[in-house]
Design a protein around this ligand. Structure first.
Ligand SMILES: *Cc1c(COP(=O)(O)O)cnc(C)c1O
Length: 380
């Protein structure tokens, strides 16, 4: 029986053509037409000419942002707790210290109140955090007005982890364009993919040049290999950029499809006690709805997220629990945390539902039937 995946990669119209061209013209390493045109597409999308570095992952993009902000041993970097570990791992690559912040209940992203409390407390201890990593989890924009204000008030730059938020906007501004640096991921489970890849969205052209320099082993311009800085092997290949080009052409359509999937679930859960969807709080928020997520209140619903997950699994429908907050992860549990129990509650109650833009009507019917039957059995 067919498995309905949480979110799966699939081709658009021109992947073969662009990859074939690269092979035909021997542009099969880290330069060529696909890289040029893919970065032009992204530059046009973000309205950031010569400000985008193409890399081999979103994680590398975060790492290069931290390096460019001068993050070093024992520096503190503020990071949203409710996110994927890749948001914070590069802080530890730099031997710096992540300071985790709880979420607010509306967007599930960084709570501005806790952010300000944390900054003031760190300052009172004589430590000034060097950067703020904010995430648009599951494609939902964070409360960027408040967060940008706090960043400006305390002069702490923002790194915007928009890994899964390509296509999302807040007050008409594209997610990825708010920070000193923004990052996008083209990993296989994201809204579009290059199979594996990422991009760093910079504020200045020099930052982009520096990112590309660091991403190609930091070779100084001399007739021999000369290194004054530690470099990385983080660049994107012209082959995968061909896939990126073709995927970028279908981004708009895929965002609309994901939003349709979100409406599909909204209709299913309308009027069902104890279930709430992650929803845009106002017209200022436009989510790509990369993943549609729900919270289940056991007392009201009569079943838990685990119960529903198990039921769907038995019918070959894949779901995933929400992020386990990073401050609760064994690798990060010794680092400071500011907040209460919002992100922990999200983890305890939440579930990500199959949200691929390639869900068929048949898939949707299956999902709906299984969920409706499960709920009505529980209620009766
Ligand atoms: C996917 C993801 C990343 C990492 O991106 P990669 O391209 O897989 O390295 C970072 N942060 C978040 C929130 C993500 O979802």
């Amino acid at each position: 029986m067919k498995v309905i995946k949480l979110s799966s990669a699939y081709s658009g119209n021109n992947e073969i053509k662009y990859v074939e061209q690269a092979v035909l013209y021997n542009e099969i390493s880290n330069f060529g037409k696909n890289l040029n045109l893919f970065s032009q597409q992204l530059e046009a999308y973000f309205a950031k000419p010569n400000r985008i570095a193409l890399l081999n992952s979103g994680t590398s993009a975060i790492h290069l942002a931290l390096i460019q902000l001068g993050i070093k041993v024992n520096d503190e970097v503020i990071c949203q707790s409710f996110t994927f570990s890749a948001s914070a791992n590069p802080i530890v690559y730099q031997k710096a210290i992540p300071v985790f912040i709880d979420s607010e209940a509306e967007t599930w992203n960084m709570c501005p109140v806790q952010l300000e409390i944390a900054i003031k407390d760190r300052l009172s201890l004589g430590i000034k955090p060097k950067a703020i990593i904010v995430v648009h989890s599951y494609g939902m924009p964070a409360k960027m007005d408040d967060i940008v204000k706090i960043s400006e008030k305390f002069s702490i730059p923002i790194i915007e982890d928009a890994a899964g938020a390509l296509g999302s906007t807040y007050k008409g501004v594209k997610c990825g364009n708010f920070g000193e640096f923004g990052i996008i991921s083209f990993n296989g489970n994201k809204i579009i993919t290059t199979s594996s890849g990422g991009a760093l969205i910079c504020t200045t052209e020099n930052q982009k040049i520096k990112a590309n320099f660091l991403a190609t082993q930091a070779k100084a311009s001399k007739p021999f290999y000369h290194h004054e800085e530690i470099g990385y092997n983080y660049s994107m290949s012209n082959i995968v950029a061909g896939i990126g080009r073709a995927q970028m052409e279908v981004l708009k359509e895929r965002v609309l499809k994901r939003r349709e999937v979100n409406v599909f679930y909204k209709d299913i859960f309308e009027g069902i006690n104890g279930i709430t969807l992650l929803t845009e709080p106002s017209q200022y928020y436009y989510s790509n709805h990369w993943l549609t997520c729900i919270l289940i209140n056991f007392e009201e619903a009569g079943f838990s997220n685990e119960d529903l997950k198990k039921e769907l699994e038995e019918h070959n429908i894949e779901t995933r629990f929400l992020w386990k907050p990073l401050h609760l992860q064994p690798i990060f549990s010794d680092f400071p945390y500011y907040g209460k129990y919002i992100s922990e509650q999200l983890f305890n109650r939440g579930l990500c539902l199959p949200s691929g833009s390639n869900l068929t009507n048949q898939d949707k019917n299956n999902i709906k039937t299984v969920i409706m039957r499960f709920i009505s059995n529980k209620i009766n």
